[in-house]
Every structure is written in structure tokens, then in C-alpha cells.
Design a protein around this ligand. Structure first.
Ligand code: ZN
Length: 482
């Protein structure tokens, strides 16, 4: 990876690993930061949250029972050694625990020293954010990228604003283009710039196309899924499909398994969206996906998602509740995670608030659905085959005017959920870190400030502007680019 220079430019020449990166900044091998932090309650030693047990007894809730909740701790400390967090918790408790260890002759005195020298931070200390749905930023677009540099440009735009783990989203396109882009993005994943690949289409409803090209949509096709999975070398993580399409939830005539089983077997989480489904069709698909993920041995937290709930879906009608209300019910029961673009553009702030209240913050993943214009001025951009015009920060198809992706960074979505929707900060942060990490099956590795996780940290001011970002212990930025 590279580094932001003091002049605000990105430089990736000659910097290839954490050690040399940290050395450039004279980061000590062992360091600590202290201040208001959003931490898992497990890290505080008061046990895992047990609300999973209160949930209606479905399979997913059972798989989900080990989960923890994030909470704002006023005087938190995070201790980092190299690429990893080695301790996190309430400051006084951490100092006490360390003292006890040292008395027993077990403690590492270096850790005690780091705790005593912990740097004070006035704003917030957050886990690095994890975005499950992002098409680009900084002028670069994953569906249009043809070089690794273009992919990295978009990654860095989001990294410099606090998104330390990113899934790159493609849009509906021809199989040839999808395979070509998958190959490029898989290379970026191999080099640790990305956490995986999301395909939005091509098995979607033309009635709810949004910014997706209906002419490039096609019927569910297991061979295409398998070809993408093979090209992706394990990095194909999620796929948006319309649940009502024949062959998604139930097998077509003949021996072929339903698409949700093909996806689960390939390690891909089905994400239901761009859909004109009835509530019943959505429900059947979620249940089938859940069973397929369990059968495939997917880890806890790997449940189906709803692609940007409400956007690109048949709306709720009181005599025809449609897919959104069913997704909310499934999420409330622990079988699903709903993506929300809570940026106050795609959804009214009130809508996001009510969804959090209905399903609980463990079942919401805040996403950006960002496109190339994220972090860029108004103008004309590309989103796969479609031209997009951005005016006043809102991206719309130049032809037709559908909202065409977001222009916010994930931390902006968190801020909007917190400030505009009134979601508690720790809940909004959890929906942008721990929950998406679980959907990826990676919550043991990143997504929370806990011992044993990657040192992914965002140090923000009190208004949630990211001022310092660390990814795997590497200082990615020291001041945000405006
Ligand atoms: Zn999208």
C-alpha cells in the first residue's frame, strides 16, 4: 500500500508492507490511544450481549447467539502492536488488569509502558468502517476500471475517510465484462486493497432496474455464477439477485439446484434486491438462502442481506406489503441483514430510524452504494454502461433521472444515521463495522476494537470527521483530504 504525503498526494512508490509504512511515520511497534471509544462490550469483560436469546427461535438467531454489542466508552484505551490490537477496554480497568498481571509476573512491562504513555484523543476512537456496497469514489469506478491504479484510486478515496475494508461492487453488464472486471478486482483483493467483490446483477427485475441496465439483465444462470466464482479465486462475497426470478429459491425443472444453493456453495451471500417480489416470494427466498448458507457451513453472522432496503424495490402498500416489509420481518428475526443507504438522500432520516428500531442495530448494514463522484465535485460520471449526472451531491441517471448510487463516504452515512436519524452513535458505528464484518464471515479478524483484531482505527473529531485512519496498523492518513 502507499501513503498520503503531507502535500495531500498519494504515493505508493516503494512502500509495500506495514513495517516500512510505519517506519516512515516513526510509529512505535507498540502504541496506545485513549479517549471516547466505540468498543464491543465483550472487550470490557462484562460478557456478550444476550438479546439473541430473546429473539424468535430461528436457526439464524441460534447461529448468531455469540454476538456482542458495541458501546460508547468515555475513557477507552486501545493498545496496538504492529498490525494488531492487543488490548482494548475501559482505561482504568485495563491499567488494573495490567498491574495484576505484572504482580503475578505475567504481564509484559512494555504493554504497561504503552498504557501509561497512551496518547489522549479528544474526539472519537472508532473501529475502521466496512462497506459492503460501493461502486467507486475519487473519480474512479469499479465497474469501469481497467487498471489496478483506477481500482486503488477509488479504494484510497474511501480509506482516507475511514473505510478500512471495502467490497467492490459491479453493476449489471454482459458476462464478458463481468468476468474481466472480476479478474481485475480479484487481483486488487490478492494485494489486500479490497476485501471482496459484490455483483449487483445481472439476475434482477427490469421493473425495478434503478440505475441498472435492463437490456443487460438475464435469467438466473448457475454457470455464470460458477465462472465468476472461479475467476474471483475466493473473493466473490455477495450477489444481488431478485428473489422472484424462477430458479432463485426453488429449483427449475430438472436436477439443477436453486441459485441460492449455488451461491452459498461458492461462498457467496445472496443479497435480495432490485426486486418486484411479493412479500411471500421474498420470504421464501430468505428462508431458502438461510438453509443453503447453513448447509454450506457458512459461519455465524453470514446471513442473506437485502440490497439497499427500499431503494430498487416495490414499495410498501397496505394491501400489498411487498419485499421491504418482509425483509424487515426477516431481519427482526435474525435471518437477514438489511443494507441501508442512510444518507438522507436515498431514505428519509425517519425511515432509517424506524428500520433500526424495528430490526435492531445487529441486523442493519449501513452502506454507501457510492459511485465515482464520491469525494468529487458535481459533474458527469460513468456507472458501468450508464452516464450519471451529479448535481447538489445527488447522482442521477443522465437519461431518466433515477437515483444512481451515492456520493457519500461511509462515515458520512454513519454521521447522518447518528445526527439526522437519531440513532445512538455506537449503534450507527456497529452497523458500519461489526455487522458488515459478520456478513463477510470476518468478524474475528476486523470490524471491532478488540484484542486479536486487525488494528483498523478511525480517530475522528467530535463531529465524526476522520482525522487519522489506521488500516492493519498502518497509518493511512493523518489528516483528511477535503
Ligand atoms: Zn449499487
Amino acid at each position: 500500500m502507499g501513503v498520503w504525503g503531507s502535500d495531500g498526494t498519494w504515493n505508493n512508490a516503494g512502500v509495500t508492507n506495514a513495517a516500512s509504512f510505519s517506519a516512515m511515520y516513526d510509529l512505535p511497534e507498540l502504541w496506545a490511544v485513549r479517549g471516547p471509544g466505540v468498543l464491543p462490550v465483550e472487550a470490557l469483560g462484562d460478557g456478550a450481549a444476550s438479546d439473541a436469546r430473546e429473539e424468535r427461535g430461528c436457526l439464524a438467531a441460534t447461529r448468531d447467539s455469540a454476538r456482542v454489542t458495541l458501546r460508547l466508552v468515555q475513557d477507552a484505551v486501545i493498545v496496538v502492536r504492529g498490525a494488531e490490537i492487543i488490548a482494548a477496554g475501559d482505561y482504568e480497568a485495563a491499567v488494573g488488569a495490567q498491574r495484576g498481571l505484572e504482580k503475578a509476573g505475567l504481564g509484559d512491562p512494555a504493554v504497561g509502558g504503552a498504557l501509561r504513555r497512551a496518547r489522549r484523543w479528544d474526539g472519537y476512537i472508532l473501529p475502521g468502517l466496512v462497506d459492503l456496497h460501493c461502486h467507486g469514489g475519487g473519480g474512479a469506478s469499479f465497474p469501469d476500471a481497467v487498471t489496478l491504479e483506477q481500482v486503488i484510486e477509488a479504494v484510497m478515496e474511501h480509506l482516507s475517510h475511514g473505510t478500512t475494508r471495502l467490497i467492490a461492487s459491479l453493476v449489471t453488464d454482459s458476462p464478458d465484462i463481468l468476468l474481466e472486471r472480476t479478474e481485475l478486482l480479484a487481483t486488487a483483493c490478492d494485494r489486500e486493497f479490497l476485501e471482496g467483490i459484490h455483483l449487483e446483477g445481472p439476475f434482477l427485475s427490469p421493473q425495478r432496474a434503478g440505475a441498472q441496465d435492463p437490456a443487460k439483465m438475464q435469467a438466473p444462470n448457475a454457470a455464470l455464477v460458477q465462472a465468476v466464482a472461479k475467476t474471483a479465486r475466493g473473493w466473490f462475497k455477495t450477489m444481488t439477485i431478485a428473489p422472484e426470478l424462477p430458479g432463485v429459491a426453488e429449483p427449475l425443472d430438472g436436477p439443477a439446484p436453486p441459485l441460492v444453493e449455488v451461491l452459498a456453495a461458492a461462498g457467496v451471500v445472496p443479497s435480495f434486491g432490485h426486486t418486484d417480489a411479493s412479500a411471500e416470494q421474498m420470504g421464501r427466498a430468505v428462508v431458502a438462502a438461510d438453509a443453503a448458507l447453513v448447509a454450506a457451513g457458512a459461519g455465524f453472522g453470514r446471513v442473506a442481506t437485502a440490497t439497499h432496503l427500499f431503494n430498487g424495490m416495490r414499495p410498501i402498500h397496505h394491501r400489498d406489503p411487498g419485499p421491504a416489509l418482509e425483509a424487515i420481518a426477516q431481519a427482526a428475526s435474525g435471518r437477514m441483514v438489511v443494507e441501508l443507504i442512510a444518507d438522507a438522500v436515498h431514505l428519509a432520516p425517519r425511515t432509517a430510524r424506524d428500520v433500526f428500531a424495528a430490526v435492531g442495530p445487529h441486523h442493519v448494514a449501513l452502506v454507501t452504494d457510492a459511485m465515482a463522484a464520491a469525494g468529487m465535485p458535481d459533474g458527469t460520471y460513468q456507472l458501468g454502461p450508464a452516464a450519471v449526472t451529479v448535481a447538489g451531491g445527488v447522482a442521477r441517471l443522465t437519461d431518466g433521472g433515477s437515483i444512481a448510487g451515492g456520493t457519500a463516504h461511509l462515515i458520512d452515512v454513519v454521521r447522518s444515521a447518528w445526527r439526522a436519524s437519531g440513532i445512538p452513535l455506537a449503534d450507527a458505528v456497529m452497523a458500519a463495522s461489526l455487522v458488515p464484518a459478520r456478513v463477510l464471515g470476518r468478524a474475528d479478524s476486523f470490524g471491532s476494537l478488540a484484542a486479536g483484531r486487525a488494528a483498523d482505527l478511525v480517530l475522528s473529531d467530535s463531529g465524526l470527521r476522520p482525522l487519522e485512519v489506521y488500516a492493519g496498523g498502518i497509518r493511512a492518513i493523518s489528516t483528511v483530504r477535503e
